[in-house]
Ligand binder design. Structure first.
Ligand SMILES: NC(=O)c1ccc[n+]([C@@H]2O[C@H](COP(=O)([O-])OP(=O)(O)OC[C@H]3O[C@@H](n4cnc5c(N)ncnc54)[C@H](OP(=O)(O)O)[C@@H]3O)[C@@H](O)[C@H]2O)c1
Length: 236
């Protein structure tokens, strides 16, 4: 086990899209990065693409499976003994094909809650013992302005409800952890050209990831319990 080599980060859903780019940006800042994916082979392929310059660790982590989360935490514990940055990025189902009235509760809705809310929640629980061992830990929950109650109207129902709930989790956890060295924030990357955002989205993954990396690298007196895009507060 190599203890305390540098700062250690873990990103969920990191085999493509915004999560992959967050790994690239964190690695270029000198972090050891756990590039995780629900499929171990995808984690390896993604890590291999980033490997050249930095320490990149592929790891299987399916946020919808409690056992997988526990196994991943055990791996990080064994290899580094702590975690400095946790990015809850994995997300699914921008369900524009549904309305709240006709949404498939036992299908899409449960699936989306499992991944977008319970996933980050379980991941936080599993990794908090390791984050508490950090000198300065940061949790970033990748949310969306779609989850902002201030502006919420009709829209993808499962997605909107789960991102609003993720924001609530962010505030609750941040308040519980106030006075510790762990800062917890929610970040909207903006509308980004990925599989989820679609090719017509105006922002690049690099632009979307930058605001997440900002929250991951806040100074010790930085904000906690906030909701941001590009380092600027968003209304809840
Ligand atoms: N793109 C946008 O415009 C936009 C806007 C606001 C917020 N966001 C948020 O940004 C985050 C990343 O989105 P993206 O645009 O990069 O989406 P994406 O390209 O669709 O990528 C989603 C990632 O999440 C992974 N994932 C899905 N279910 C998982 C699970 N159970 N366990 C682990 N990983 C899982 C996917 O892995 P597989 O390859 O295995 O499916 C993939 O790596 C999401 O939380 C999303 O809600 C995106």
């Amino acid at each position: 086990m190599s203890k305390n080599p540098t700062r250690v980060a873990l990103v969920t859903g990191a085999n493509r899209g915004i999560g992959f780019e967050v790994c690239r940006q964190l690695a270029s800042r000198g972090f050891v990065v756990f590039v995780t994916a629900r499929d171990a082979a995808k984690a390896k392929t993604a890590a291999a693409k980033l490997k050249k310059a930095r320490v990149i660790e592929p790891l299987a982590l399916d946020v919808a499976t409690a056992r997988s989360i526990k196994d991943a935490a055990a791996q990080v514990e064994q290899r580094y003994g702590r975690l400095d940055v946790l990015i809850n990025n994995a997300g699914i189902n921008y369900d524009t094909w549904e309305t709240a009235e006709n949404a498939d509760i036992d299908g899409t809705v449960v699936e989306t809650i499992t991944t977008n809310l319970l996933g980050p929640w379980r991941v936080c629980q599993a990794f908090l013992p390791l984050l508490r061992k950090s000198r300065a830990a940061r949790i970033v929950n990748v949310s969306s302005e779609s989850g902002s109650l201030a502006h919420m109207g009709a829209g993808p129902p499962a997605y909107q409800v789960t991102k609003a709930a993720l924001n609530a989790l962010t505030r609750t956890l941040a308040a519980e952890l106030s006075g510790t060295r762990i800062l917890v924030n929610a970040v909207c990357p903006g509308w980004v050209a990925t599989a989820m955002g679609g090719a017509g989205a105006p922002r690049t993954v690099s632009e979307g990831a930058a605001g997440i990396v900002w929250a991951a690298t806040l100074p010790d007196d930085g904000p906690t319990g906030g909701f941001f895009r590009d380092g600027k507060p968003l209304p809840w």
